[in-house]
Design a protein around this ligand. Structure first.
Ligand code: LLP
Length: 432
């Protein structure tokens, strides 16, 4: 009935998430409010974990991409499910460290890491640093030698695959700011240099072709291209690449018409390609990593708002204004991303109106969504926007000096705050 499996309607006609009444959550914690369902996060982690082991055996690990949604509580949950972490800034690393996350299971990313970030990553001993470019390799060599350490690195490679998704979230093609190009020989030259480096160990290769991808073919293609490169390195340079990270990007259901393949199908197909290519190319099977972010976090989350003004413009449209905005829900203004919305306190009623949900920022483009089919909404009603668990809280801002909402986790009918709502003093905390 709803886009995410954890949503339902209770006897009062209210929307529930993971069995918890969303209207009660809005009353208890206020709105706007991010709500994350712990059980669905855990279930998604287990499905990825179980399928990588089922189809590829022991030589596989799932790294959750923290950019999708990160806070200390999320790191604790991910860690307790045995997943590793893809971190992309010193802030994400610090969050993980402070939460007690096993740093040896962190892959550290970034196309322009600062020296401070590299030093921190080397100091804490992250599992791998995913090196994006040659100058980073040189800086890391120097930092590692100063610290007397020999970090394991992977090279981020652009496999030259065009994934069919939004231009802003495509990353695998040659015209991308991320990684070393294969076509130009740039990646090969970098590998040649890295294997002679004294202070870093070239452990693996990494690729990520984009995000919100439904088609499994480009993932298979990318895996083939990467394995061919591994084989070339073995044959020509006599060097064995041990790890291969195939990135994240698995599409999820935001609208009822979306029909992503289950993760299990993805894992089965990609594992088969890796195994058959390794046999064909006569190379040993690498340790495989995947980095799902959205597919673990997005379906587990919703955002709750309270309706304020209602503006009916005859023959044009009806605006329903809510107490949130592009500051907490930035994906519509950025990508025109569509979501399912529900009037949470009327979830058992028919959807009778096609409305535009507007945010409260001083900006016309600040919409939560257009042409959304909703139950009749009046001031004081609660609107739930579904599948917002990824790239909403993590991309939120203080535009218009708005306070960021709280994040609440629900778990089998219980709720708890994981991130407090910002106060007015938080807004001026760094002002002098
Ligand atoms: N690994 C790497 C190296 C990545 O760059 C990303 C996402 C992921 C894994 C996780 O991808 P996922 O499974 O979450 O699709 N802000 C955009 C998405 C940007 C994705 C950036 N990289 C959005 O809201 O759609």
């Amino acid at each position: 009935m709803f886009v995410s499996e954890n949503l339902n309607v209770n006897g009062k006609g209210n929307l529930t998430i993971g069995g918890t009444d969303t209207v009660e959550l809005a009353e208890k914690y206020g709105t706007p409010l991010y709500v994350m369902d712990e059980q669905l996060i855990r279930k998604n982690c287990r499905r990825f974990n179980e399928s990588i082991h089922k189809f590829y055996g022991d030589k596989g690990r799932v790294h959750y991409a923290g950019k999708a949604f990160s806070c200390m509580e999320m790191c604790r949950i991910i860690g307790s499910e045995g997943l590793g972490l893809d971190a992309v800034s010193i802030g994400e690393l610090y969050t993980a460290v402070k939460s007690g996350f096993d740093v040896s299971k962190i892959g550290f990313h970034g196309n322009n890491k600062t020296d401070e970030e590299l030093r921190y990553a080397v100091e804490i001993g992250v599992g791998h640093i995913i090196v994006d470019n040659i100058s980073e390799l040189h800086r890391l060599e120097k930092i590692a030698s100063e610290k007397g350490k020999r970090p394991h690195i992977m090279f981020r490679i652009k496999p030259g695959i065009d994934a069919h998704t939004h231009d802003f979230v495509k990353t695998g093609q040659i015209d991308s700011k991320f990684g070393f190009a294969l076509e130009t020989g740039e990646a090969y030259e970098a590998v040649k240099e890295a294997i002679t480096c004294e202070n870093v160990e070239l452990y693996g290769l990494h690729c990520h072709i984009g995000s919100q991808i439904f088609d499994i073919d480009p993932f298979e293609e990318a895996a083939k291209v990467m394995l061919e490169f591994i084989s070339k390195i073995k044959n020509e340079l006599n060097y064995e690449i041990q790890g291969l990270n195939l990135g994240g990007g698995f599409g999820i259901k935001y609208l009822n018409e979306h029909d992503p393949q289950p993760f299990e199908v993805f894992m089965e197909r990609v594992s088969k390609i890796v195994m058959s290519e390794c046999e064909k190319l006569n190379i040993s099977r690498p340790f495989i990593y995947i980095e799902p972010g959205r597919s673990i976090a997005a379906p587990a989350g919703i955002t709750l708002y309270t309706v304020g003004a209602r503006k009916e413009i005859p023959d044009i449209r009806t605006y329903i204004s809510v107490d949130g905005s592009m500051a907490d829900s930035p994906r519509y203004i950025l990508y025109k991303s569509e979501y399912e919305a529900i009037v949470a306190n009327k979830a058992d009623e028919k959807r009778t109106e096609c409305v535009t949900i507007a945010g409260r920022c001083c900006e016309s483009g600040d919409l939560i969504g257009e042409n959304m089919l909703l139950q009749h909404a009046e001031a004081g009603d609660i609107i739930a926007v579904c599948a917002t668990g990824a790239y909403n809280y993590s991309m939120s801002s203080n535009y218009n000096r708005l306070q960021k909402p709280a994040v609440v986790f629900v778990n089998n009918g219980e709720s708890r705050i994981a991130v407090k709502r910002e106060t007015l003093d938080d807004i001026i905390r760094n002002d002098i």
